[in-house]
Design a binder for this molecule. Structure first.
Ligand code: GLC
Length: 839
């Protein structure tokens, strides 16, 4: 039986003498205690300022009261090995300086407690605003910090936000909220990630405010010279990521995800196309749906079962009339390469005859109010109790409940309504998104894994801990498989457990446009596996909108169509044959590029880099990229410029400075730092490959199980020297962690390309073809290893030179184009290459 002591919630702030209005500014320090990784500085008035170096480029700042320091714990932080970095401390009468060498440096002015962080070159990264020293308010428990800002500083990240542009000049809050049909600018919405990345003149840094209360960030919205962050409770506990020597977005995100964790490589099947709606109501509807996909040769891997599969919405049950034999259904679907994902919400129906409720109640696993009464709220099943996911024992129990579905062959789980959301008992205006009646009552008490606290403290982590219960439970039950979990709510670190979708969006062009910055900003907030409901959840898209949305999402990490109950069909064929053909080609494109996308997930696990990237992530010195919100990069090598407005058949595309780009469809080469009008007929997603780079492709398959039967292709753009690397493994399980994976390295030089395959994973997939895009003409001769190739198929439809490799099992392939030093240096006497590179 689990015991939650609500009385143990006393906050440190009570120890600080309140000023008249409750506000208390930190005061002069008197004695410093040194630690290997930093210092503890007592502050007159009762607080301690603790500065520690997590790594040479990661500084933690923590304000707390002496003697009452809470156990140092965080739901966000995933402690890496080697936590803490040795530092040197220098103290004078006025100042304390702490630095890692080489590394960042922190200076604290003793009298004011003002803090400045410098990078390893001595440049200022963040600096407290002298007119707004760090603040504790002992009356209401709030904390705040203010930093000076340059007017040219841009901010990105903050997790899931319904903003189109960078966050400078904006005020934003963190309070997980169910916001059905959120209009642009609605804030907050489902997820809380109090981390941002700043960019100023090409240099990046990051800041993570590790506080689970309701937090606010005013990024120059009130005063352009300052930004502030504050919370309604908890400690002033934050991390500054200086970006190391490079000061690049990549190093900032590497350090942030070292701290908060990364997404482990997902199962390959989860990168396929997912089809969903609320709900495919019956088994026969699901079977018909799958049959339609297979008959019309539209690839798909996953079908989602929304709430109507359950018996009266009781989690971990089935409606026996609609789904008489779930195990048989999943077995049959598995034969055609289909997996099922089932939704599981947190609300457990209050029903004395329902085993899950009985057990949860008997073991005291449901959330209670401070007076000990079980908290109840209405959701889909009617009156519900809610597991306290802020408790290991409860998470373990809930996680174990998935065994039934796993035995039935369900492959993945979708956690929804976990903000947590409850239906308000009073009639609310649907636009009153943030009414307190939409979530748990404030007097609900959570176990906090040994640090009990009220709902205000743990609201923002409830959903993430539910996703954790699911992920860890499924992993325990099926240790050989990689779990797939999808969650709506989350907090910093949610990426360790789940993919995230952007909730109940709207079938509108505005929402399609919004999906790009929403997803790229989630990516730079450490969450790589993200997607928006294709076609929009609320409302009904036109054929054109659905088709453009499918294109825009084809290279987003999580690719799922989903719509609300009662709406018209929203499948790739629902708008007639003309659209169906285009939609098939779009999903084919996804499967074509799947080996490349899979490699990007591996890159994320290794480095923290997102799969879907804003342009500035790779081109921070090109300040024009800071304002580009309708294009993104899939990894480093593909630039995607979807059409996000109605009736548009051409669009402007900005090519970031420093690289040339080649149009995937036309072979036309574009220089970096230019903008061009690009044709975008309805059947085309504008797509560009970076010069001197390559991507890994496969022929079209109908689902990921078919992949092993096909060969691989490398598509490359020649140019100056460049390297690309791709990753392969079995697509599931954990052998890759023991080194069972392999790497394909492609090096590009002037007029040449070489491929090296190495590693312990014996891939069944030969590389049988190399495609060269963006050539200006034909080379005089082609040599592949030691063979001279004299006839080469030319694909005029999508201009590219297609080289079939003679020895497909070779681990080293070298290709030389003779008579072609640089692709750009082609001379007139070379054979004309029809329709190639005419731009
Ligand atoms: C919520 C989810 C949505 C789901 C519906 C029914 O609105 O966001 O995706 O379809 O609940 O479960």
């Amino acid at each position: 039986m689990r015991i939650v002591k609500s009385s143990a919630m006393e906050a440190i702030r009570d120890l600080i003498e309140p000023a008249e209005d409750g506000a208390q500014q930190t005061q002069e320090l008197d004695r410093t205690v040194r630690r290997a990784d930093g210092v503890i500085m007592p502050v007159a008035g009762g607080a301690n300022l603790i500065i520690s170096f997590i790594a040479s480029s990661v500084i933690r700042v923590r304000f707390a009261a002496p003697g009452q320091l809470e156990r140092d714990s965080s739901y966000a932080i995933h402690r890496p090995e080697g936590w803490g970095c040795p530092v040197t401390v220098r103290e004078t009468i006025d100042e304390i300086e702490i630095w890692a060498s080489p590394g960042a440096r922190v200076r604290v002015q003793k009298e004011s407690c003002l803090l400045t962080v410098f990078d390893e070159h001595g440049g200022v990264v963040v600096e407290d605003d002298p007119s707004h020293p760090p603040l504790f308010n002992s009356m209401d428990g709030s904390v705040a910090a203010a930093k000076l800002r340059s007017e040219h500083e841009y901010y990105f990240g903050f997790g899931e936000k319904a903003f189109l542009r960078a966050r400078n000049g904006l005020i934003t809050e963190m309070w997980n909220t169910d916001t059905y049909g959120y209009p642009l600018g609605t804030d907050p919405i489902y997820q809380s990630i109090p981390f941002y990345m700043a960019l100023c003149d090409g240099r990046a840094y990051g800041l993570f405010f590790d506080n689970t209360y309701r937090t606010s960030f005013d990024m120059g919205g009130t005063d352009p010279k300052r930004y502030t962050f504050s919370a309604t409770g908890g400690e002033l506990n934050y991390y500054v990521f200086t970006g190391g020597c490079e000061r690049s977005p990549r190093t900032v995100l590497r350090d942030y995800t070292d701290l908060t964790g990364r997404t482990p490589l997902p199962p390959l099947w989860s990168l396929g196309y997912h089809q969903s709606r609320w709900s495919y109501q019956t088994e026969s509807r699901v079977r018909d749906l799958v049959q339609r996909f297979r008959e019309s040769q539209i690839p798909v891997d996953v079908v989602h079962l929304d709430i109507d599969y359950m018996d009266g919405y009781r989690v971990f049950t089935w409606n026996g009339e609609r789904f008489p034999d779930a195990a048989q259904l999943s077995r049959d679907l598995a034969e055609t390469g289909i997996r099922l994902v089932a939704i599981v919400d947190p609300g457990v129906k209050v029903d004395e005859n329902y085993a899950v409720y009985q057990e949860g109640q008997a073991r005291n696993y449901f959330c209670r109010r401070a007076d000990g009464e079980e908290f109840r709220g209405r959701v889909w099943p009617g009156e519900c109790a809610f597991p306290d996911f802020l408790d290991l024992e409860v998470r373990t129990w809930f996680g174990s409940l998935y065994s039934r579905h796993l035995d039935e062959g369900i492959s993945g789980f979708w956690n929804d309504m976990n903000e947590p959301s409850v239906f308000p008992e009073l009639e609310l205006d649907p636009h009153d998104f943030h009414h307190p009646a939409k979530t748990f009552s404030p007097d609900v008490v959570h176990a906090g894994d040994g640090l009990p606290g009220d709902h205000a403290r743990y609201h923002n982590v409830y959903g993430m801990q539910m996703a954790r219960a699911t992920f860890e439970g499924v992993k325990r039950l099926r240790p050989e498989d990689r779990p797939f979990v999808l969650t709506r709510a989350g907090f910093a670190g949610v990426q360790r457990y789940a993919a995230v979708w952007t909730g109940d969006n709207v079938s509108s062009w505005e929402h399609l446009a919004l999906s790009i910055p929403m997803l790229t900003n989630l990516g730079v907030s450490g969450v790589p596996f993200v997607g928006a409901d294709v076609g929009g959840f609320s409302g009904e898209p036109s054929g054109e909108l659905y088709t453009r949305w499918l294109q825009a999402a084809a290279l987003t990490p999580f690719f799922r169509s989903h719509t609300e109950t009662g709406s018209k069909d929203q499948e790739p064929w629902s708008h007639g044959t003309e659209y169906e053909q285009i939609n098939r080609a779009t999903i084919n494109l996804r499967y074509h590029l799947l080996p490349y996308l899979y490699s990007l997930f591996h890159e994320h696990e290794e480095t923290g880099a997102p799969v879907m990237r804003p342009l500035w992530f790779e081109y921070p010195s090109d300040q024009r990229t800071y304002e580009v919100n309708d294009q993104f990069l899939a990894g480093r090598n593909i630039l995607v410029a979807p059409v996000v407005s109605e009736g548009t058949l051409k669009r402007g595309v900005y090519f970031p400075a420093g690289d040339d780009w080649v149009d995937w469809w036309t072979g036309i080469r574009y220089e970096g730092n230019t903008e061009s009008e690009i044709d975008a007929p309805l059947d085309r997603l504008p797509l560009f490959i970076r010069s001197s780079s390559s991507v890994l492709l496969q022929p079209i398959v109908q689902h990921t199980n078919e992949m092993n039967k096909t060969a691989l292709t490398i598509a490359a753009v020649l140019g100056a020297h460049g390297e690309s690397s791709f990753y392969e493994d079995s697509g599931n399980g954990y052998e890759y962690m023991q080194g069972v994976f392999s790497t394909i390295r492609v090096s590009i030089g002037s007029g040449s390309l070489s491929i090296m395959r190495s590693g312990a994973y014996h891939s069944p997939r030969p590389i049988n073809c190399v495609e060269l895009l963006g050539l200006n003409g034909l080379p005089r001769g082609i040599r592949i290893n030691d063979h001279i190739v004299d006839s080469t198929p030319i694909d005029n439809e999508s201009p590219r030179l297609r080289l079939l490799l003679p020895d497909q099992n070779s681990h080293e392939i070298s290709i030389t184009l003779e008579g072609m030093l640089h692709a750009n240096d082609m001379v007139d006497e070379l054979l004309p290459f029809p329709a190639l590179g005419s731009g």
